[in-house]
Design a protein around this ligand. Sequence first.
Ligand SMILES: NC(=O)c1ccc[n+]([C@@H]2O[C@H](COP(=O)([O-])OP(=O)(O)OC[C@H]3O[C@@H](n4cnc5c(N)ncnc54)[C@H](OP(=O)(O)O)[C@@H]3O)[C@@H](O)[C@H]2O)c1
Length: 274
Amino acid sequence: MAEDQKIIFVGCGNMGGSLIGGLIANGYPVASLFGVEPDGNQRRRVETEFNIQTGAGIAGNITGAAVIVLAVKPQILPAVLAGIRAALKTERPLIVSIAAGIRADTIAKQLDGLCPVVRVMPNTPALVRAGAAALYAAGDVTATQRQLATRIMQAVGVAVWLDDESLLDTVTAVSGSGPAYFFLIIELLGKIAVDMGLDREQARMLTIETALGAARMLKETGMDAATLRQQVTSPGGTTEQAIQVFRDGGLEQLLRRALTACHARSVELAGPVE
Ligand SMILES: NC(=O)c1ccc[n+]([C@@H]2O[C@H](COP(=O)([O-])OP(=O)(O)OC[C@H]3O[C@@H](n4cnc5c(N)ncnc54)[C@H](OP(=O)(O)O)[C@@H]3O)[C@@H](O)[C@H]2O)c1
């Protein structure tokens, strides 16, 4: 794949900045990255941190762009798209949007169908390059453009492709919002550990490392979660007692309700399909 395809980042905040940093760390040429940021201070910070060229707006900077990554808050996306539409001349860059809840078709329509669109649902661990993202290509996205979109998201974690956009609502319920579920569980485990006699720092260290260790075991052994759970759950032992309480308390039903509620809100926020 050509190494010099120009990627423009519109929005260089948390997510945009992470993607830029990840690409550079993976060897993407700095000269092929460009950041659009209206705020002067933020722009200077991006220039200093990444040594990339920046501009206050998209106008005049679109020439030669292979990809425009939209990493702004969803509420300002319409204004950003109007700016891109006005700046498009002969270029037809791939648009990669990570804005939550804005459908690929909505984006394509606001660009008069001139650009192919990939919609992504990332998650916040992308900030530490441990993200999990799902991508959906609308319309005529070429294999090369898919590869480039994959490369952008893999710079900060793993990336999977979906062939049905509605599954992005399921991804939102699983991995998009998922980090918060694990944060909540770790928060509660830590609180209970303190109530049961550990000091805060001990509780924090033990719960975090347990979560990390369990995730690493899954990843590094390739074994499934049920098998690993059974291996640490000896009949008549301590773990079995806890697992039984989770089961009796309806943990599966509770998780099912939580993910269903999250999915419903994701559908609602995206609005009706046009
Ligand atoms: N699924 C998830 O867990 C997840 C996680 C994170 C992000 N996201 C999505 O990722 C997107 C970005 O989130 P973020 O956390 O990176 O937000 P952020 O930190 O606020 O970054 C957005 C950046 O865009 C800049 N900006 C504002 N108006 C602009 C314009 N007209 N042109 C160019 N840049 C502009 C902002 O500058 P100012 O600060 O000066 O306004 C800010 O630096 C959001 O759409 C969000 O939905 C999803």
